[in-house]
Design a protein around this ligand. Structure first.
Ligand code: DX5
Ligand code: ZN
Length: 227
């Protein structure tokens, strides 16, 4: 994989919640490849963020890719609403219900790219029969629910095994949680190509002072390139 294939996807979970539009425009101007949008329901994960109406409101501010990570259960009843809100990628958790196969069908049926997320404790066996229906697999490198947690190193080996399972299928491997210039090279070397980063991108900057966003994105990208 060449350098230019690595996508950096800042998570707006670490942005100013009162200023999403301007934060997204600032971080895209500073080099973000995708915008990662964390939807939490206070049930599947112990935190609540926002829903499809907020996604619809921020969509006009996103010029790149709107990457919606659903940490909600149940999922299926809400897929249409997130697709209508303009999500390019909709990722659901394999742990979110008994019918992930149906959920992935529904995501593609709604016209979005389908993503499948795995919690750190979930085995790769669960994706075996789903690989032909996904565009992205998200390996959680923290337990989902909060930004700013510590990267779980056992997941690097999972990424390596997943890359081998995927073979030559056109499927992204996304890493979510604890991505920094220190951890990015480990997962890229193992086969990941989309790096979500919240705190490591937004730290030190603001809409009024966006240059640190660019410095932070470049630091992650350069570290990944030196793997
Ligand atoms: C965690 C979210 C992540 C989170 C990552 O549940 O899915 O996207 O924003 O935050 P950092 O990069 O701070 O670990
Ligand atoms: Zn996420």
């Amino acid at each position: 994989m060449t350098t230019s294939d690595i996508k950096i996807a800042p998570s707006i979970l670490a942005a100013d919640f009162a200023n999403f539009g301007a934060e997204i425009e600032a971080v895209e101007a500073q080099g973000a490849d995708w915008i990662h949008v964390d939807v939490m329901d206070g049930h599947f994960v112990p935190n609540i963020t926002f829903g499809p109406e907020t996604c619809k409101a921020i969509r006009p501010h996103i010029k790149t890719v709107m990457d919606v990570h659903l940490m909600i259960s149940p999922v299926d009843a809400y897929i249409e609403a997130f697709a209508d809100a303009g999500a390019d990628v909709i990722t659901a958790h394999v742990e979110a219900g008994p019918h992930i196969h149906r959920t992935l069908q529904a995501i593609r049926g709604a016209g979005a790219k389908a993503g499948l997320a795995l919690n750190p404790g979930t085995d790769l066996d669960s994706v075996d029969y789903l690989l032909d229906m996904v565009d992205l697999v998200c390996i959680m490198t923290v337990n989902p629910g909060f930004g700013g947690q510590k990267f779980i190193h056992s997941q690097v080996e999972k990424v390596r095994k997943l890359r081998a399972m995927i073979g030559d299928r056109p499927i992204h491997i996304e890493i979510d949680g604890g991505v920094t210039p220190e951890t990015a090279p480990l997962v890229v070397e193992a086969g990941a190509d989309v790096l979500v980063a919240g705190s490591a991108v937004f730290k030190g900057g603001s809409v009024g002072n966006p240059a640190p966003y660019g410095d932070n994105i470049r630091a992650i990208r350069q570290a990944a390139d030196l793997r």
